[in-house]
Ligand binder design. Structure first.
Ligand code: ZN
Length: 138
């Protein structure tokens, strides 16, 4: 029996989510379907952001060459521009939430099919990110 989402501890959410994905993945069980669905939903996330700019207009993009004006690496996050202007509206946020959720579903399905534990993947990435910090340079 699945637990009520409100009663799940935050540490267990990935484990429960992966278990839920594993049980509900029927139509696109093949790893080929999962890989191609990840591409579809990655594109849909990007499309949703683009539509927020071009259709809704709640956000806009004002991009130009990054100008690093800080003294050290520690100043990087504060001096670099995300090129995003405005604030995403509730309607666009809902669409993005849905598309990102679908993308996460297929990332999780790939983990499950290939034998990775989503919770461990996130923990390992968190550790790498904490350890490397700004030197990660992604
Ligand atoms: Zn919007």
């Amino acid at each position: 029996m699945e637990k009520n989402i409100e009663t799940i501890k935050s540490d267990d959410i990935c484990v429960n989510f992966q278990d839920s994905v594993s049980k509900t993945l029927v139509r696109h069980k093949s790893i080929l379907d999962i890989m191609s669905k990840m591409d579809v939903y990655s594109a849909r996330v990007n499309r949703a952001v683009a539509k927020s700019v071009t259709n809704c207009g709640c956000i806009s993009i004002d991009a130009k060459k990054q100008q690093f004006t800080g003294e050290s690496y520690k100043d990087l996050p504060n001096t670099l521009d995300d090129h995003l202007r405005g604030e995403i509206c509730e309607q666009c946020k809902e669409v993005l939430d849905l598309e990102m959720g679908n993308y996460l579903f297929y990332i999780t399905a790939l983990c499950d099919t290939i034998g990775l534990n989503l919770n461990e993947v996130i923990k390992h990435e968190y550790e790498r990110n904490k350890t490397l910090g700004l030197f990660n340079l992604r």
